[in-house]
Ligand binder design. Structure first.
Ligand code: GAL
Length: 822
């Protein structure tokens, strides 16, 4: 039977390479002890020279394969190494791999056995122009190192090399499942059989009932890797639950290879029964039209770059689905971690996965490498229910008939069941794919939000917007309110256009999280501030444009695109305020008095399921108590609204005269009138200028938020994403710090410095002294491979945070898969 052992621990690392390191007795005394995933260089948060991660480095590890490896087949399985690596065992070359985003295996059969052996890897993280995405400029960093996991696999002479699940007739009562397995046999294998076992999985990802089983006699298997694929078909499958975004039911197919009277290998694939169809009218999941609302994700994190373990990868999927409320993610611009994709399968987040590359197409060797990466990606992920589209073109590259005929062929050959797209940034490109996938950056803040699909594609065909906004309006989370608000509006406008223009399947915005980049891009500090959340995954206002679209039965959202401060916008403007919410209406109170009830602005955002509620009036019913005549009250509200939204300089002479007349008619003295205006607009003289927003659903109060112009920093809140971490290899959790005001809102411009104190078996990734950026920051805490209790606190000049306690235990496995998560 196969045995796999984690090889993540016990490595030694040196940020340079020398042939002398290949000697089995080379002294590793001054090498750093590291655990994988590992970044070849830890980077500062920003303002660094990206050349610092372009290096050639060495990883070494002593291994005793033990008696179990004797006479068996032995493999090293790598999740990914950036960008090229060569490996030696006791000085003998054992293989190499080029391409930084896909898995590969090195076979050590015949060389592994009992006794210490020295494994050395030369990892070249320079931007080699023969490997995609390199060869020209790129708007993201690719980092370096053995940044995913490595394991040791010991097999018998024959094993199951691949298992592929292809559900069919999924909308029929009796469903079908085609399964293909490939046997990898070193020598001819006689009298073998394969047992296929189909089981339902529980929400926690554990087998929860046998559905069907088949034993297939294989006869004699010739030697070779996957020489003779074995296909079986399950028919008449009843009572099968569909995999859908709201109910991601998973099944497990286990294959057991038997020969000579015993089991010699066993593997499984988790998959789902679902139908994904791309039609000219849109995307259909299980026969139901689903408007796609998504974000692009780069797999990068502050300091560690790509090198983050499973929990952080999976958490990103949760953030996308449960915090940002999207139903699809694009893995821009490369295959991403299996932990991220496992989580997408498990929580029902759809995926557009693409091959590595960015705008540039290289020479033949480069194209070969791209095709290899595409194959490796599809072979790895083709059973996943979450993946609904393959991206088979280099992002935003020009047409290249020969190359793209090849990538389309590969995808079609390896996975004829799944649609293909290829991300373009120009209209009327040659289409060899099923879906015209287009980056549409036409929106500049005006009326035009998206192009018409037919004009771009040149014909009626399935059409998906794969990027919008991004560089058109970079926005820092600590920017002023006007900019944050405009970024949110731009995303909302495009989402609305995607929802109202016929023939658009949906839109995937650029992008989920800010990311480190090359000097040619971003704000000059090596960050592209294009995210709807920052690099720490802390949301900006634009995040609410997405989050507010979720079904309120799942989560009630009410977030104002305002800090309700009185002078952050230019010319003392305070209105309008968009409230991103999925409530039916919002009632506004100010200074304890009701202003009015406001409804979603469906006129401005006709394509949104839940348009924002736009508040254009801060006076409203508060004027009633003044006893103004009805006409006068209307005039005051109108002029007041302009005054507040466009600044006091917007008051024209005729507005002043009109106001004067109203006050004269109603016998309000000039001084009192002025006082009234200032009180209503700026809360002058109020005991506490509190703003209260109350969201109503089906006539009932569903959510309540308070803000106030008198906000001040009241406490430093520390929150961890996880309370229990695993003591195996290394694990991590994100810890977010927020300086909150007395209402519980973030102090948006607070700039305190804090020191992080950690007691217990963990350390901080990156610096331990951190500035709050716009009132918040976050860091990841990494475990040290042993159990214990961790206690974390942050100490600032003015504030001390609450303490967060985290248990590190052997029992904490990987993430469970509850839906929705607890
Ligand atoms: C696109 C590109 C993305 C990113 C984005 C910024 O053209 O595909 O990778 O650079 O622009 O808005």
């Amino acid at each position: 039977m196969r045995r796999t052992h984690s090889l993540n621990q016990g490595w030694k690392y040196l940020p340079r390479f020398d042939e002398a390191f290949l000697r089995p007795d080379a002294d590793l005394g001054d090498w750093e002890a590291v655990c994988l995933p590992h970044a070849s260089a830890e980077l500062p948060y920003n303002a660094f020279d990206e050349a610092s991660c372009r290096l050639v480095s060495s990883y070494a590890r002593d291994i005793d394969f033990g008696a179990e490896a004797e006479g068996r087949r032995v493999f090293l399985d790598f999740g990914a190494v950036m960008a090229r690596c060569d490996a030696w065992l006791d000085g003998e070359p054992i293989g190499s791999h080029a391409g930084g985003y896909t898995p590969f295996s090195l076979e050590l059969t015949g060389r592994a056995g009992a006794g210490r052996k020295r494994l050395v890897l030369r990892v070249d993280s320079r931007e080699d122009p023969s490997i995609p995405p390199f060869g020209n400029v790129i708007d993201y960093l690719c980092y370096g190192g053995i940044y995913r996991e490595v394991s040791l696999r010991i097999q018998e002479g024959a094993f199951i090399g691949d298992l592929w699940c292809r559900p069919a007739k999924v909308l029929e009562r009796e469903k079908e499942l085609a399964v293909e397995a490939a046997i990898n046999a070193a020598r001819p294998l006689a009298g073998a059989s394969l047992l296929f076992r189909l089981e339902r999985l529980s929400p926690q990802g554990r087998p929860a009932g046998l559905v069907a089983e088949r034993d297939v006699g294989l006869g004699d298997i010739p030697p070779g890797a996957g020489a003779s694929p074995i296909a079986v078909r399950f028919e008449g499958l009843r009572d099968i639950a569909l995999w859908d975004t709201d109910s991601p039911e998973l099944y497990r197919m286990t294959a057991v290879l038997r020969a000579g009277g015993g089991a010699i290998d066993e593997i499984h694939r988790d998959f789902g029964f679902r139908q994904a169809q791309w039609r000219a009218e849109g995307f259909f999941l299980n026969g139901r039209r689903l408007a796609l609302r998504g974000l692009n994700r780069h797999q990068a994190f502050p300091y560690a770059g790509y090198a983050m373990p499973s929990r952080a990868q999976a958490r990103d999927a949760d953030i996308l689905k449960f915090e940002l409320g999207v139903n699809i993610v694009r893995t821009s611009h490369y295959p991403q971690s299996v932990h991220f994709l496992d989580r997408c399968d498990c929580i029902g987040l759809l995926v557009l996965e693409e091959l590595p590359g960015w705008q540039h197409i290289g020479q033949e060797a480069w194209k070969d490498s791209a095709c290899r990466a595409l194959e490796e990606m599809i072979l790895r992920d083709r059973s996943r229910p979450s993946v609904v589209l393959w991206g088979v073109r280099i992002n935003e590259s020009p047409d290249d008939h020969g190359f793209y005929a090849r990538t389309n062929d590969i995808a079609h050959r390896l996975d004829p069941d799944r649609a293909r797209g290829g991300i373009r940034n120009f209209p009327r490109s040659e289409v060899l794919e099923d879906v015209y996938t287009f980056n549409d950056f036409i929106h500049e803040g005006g009326k035009k939000a998206l192009r018409l699909p037919r004009k771009v594609a040149g014909r009626r065909m399935p059409y998906l917007v794969t990027e919008h906004n991004g560089h058109m309006f970079p926005t820092k989370r600590f920017d002023g309110e006007e900019r944050l608000r405009e970024q949110a509006l731009r995303h909302a406008r495009v989402l609305s256009a995607a929802g109202s223009i016929p023939g658009i399947a949906g839109a995937i915005g650029w992008c989920a999280f800010d990311y480190n980049t090359h000097r040619e891009f971003g704000s000059g500090d090596r960050i592209c501030y294009h995210g709807v959340a920052d690099m720490f995954r802390v949301p900006k206002f634009a995040a609410w444009a997405y989050a507010s679209q979720v079904d309120p039965r799942r989560r009630v959202v009410l977030e104002a695109a305002s800090f309700f401060s009185l002078g952050d916008r230019s010319a003392l403007r305070i209105l309008p305020v968009e409230v991103y919410t999925n409530c039916d209406s919002v009632v506004l109170f100010r200074d304890g008095e009701r202003v009015g009830e406001f409804r979603p602005d469906a006129e401005s955002f006709p394509g949104l399921l839940h348009p924002p509620v736009v508040i254009r009036d801060f006076a409203g019913e508060r004027l009633d108590s003044l006893g103004l005549d009805a006409r006068g009250a209307r005039t005051v509200k109108r002029i007041f609204g302009r005054f507040a939204s466009m600044g006091q300089w917007s008051l024209r002479l005729r507005d002043k005269l009109a106001l004067g007349l109203v006050f004269l008619r109603n016998r309000v003295k000039r001084g009192d009138a002025e006082k009234l205006l200032w009180r209503l607009a700026y809360g002058s003289g109020a005991k506490e200028d509190a703003i209260e927003l109350v969201g109503y659903l089906d006539g009932r109060q569903a959510i309540r938020k308070r803000y106030g112009s008198g906000a001040y920093a009241a406490r430093l809140l520390m929150e961890a994403d996880d309370a229990v971490l695993s003591s195996g290899d290394w694990d991590c959790t994100r810890i977010v710090l927020k300086l909150l005001d007395q209402y519980g809102n973030l102090c948006p411009f607070a700039a305190e410095a804090v020191d992080i104190e950690v007691d217990g078996p963990a350390s901080v990734i990156g610096p331990r002294r951190l500035p709050l950026l716009g009132g918040s920051t976050a860091f990841w805490l990494r475990t040290e491979g042993r159990a214990g209790a961790i206690r974390v606190r942050a100490l600032g000049g003015r504030f001390e945070s609450n303490a967060v306690e985290i248990a590190v235990s052997q029992a904490a496995g990987s993430l469970d898969c509850p839906y929705p998560p607890a």
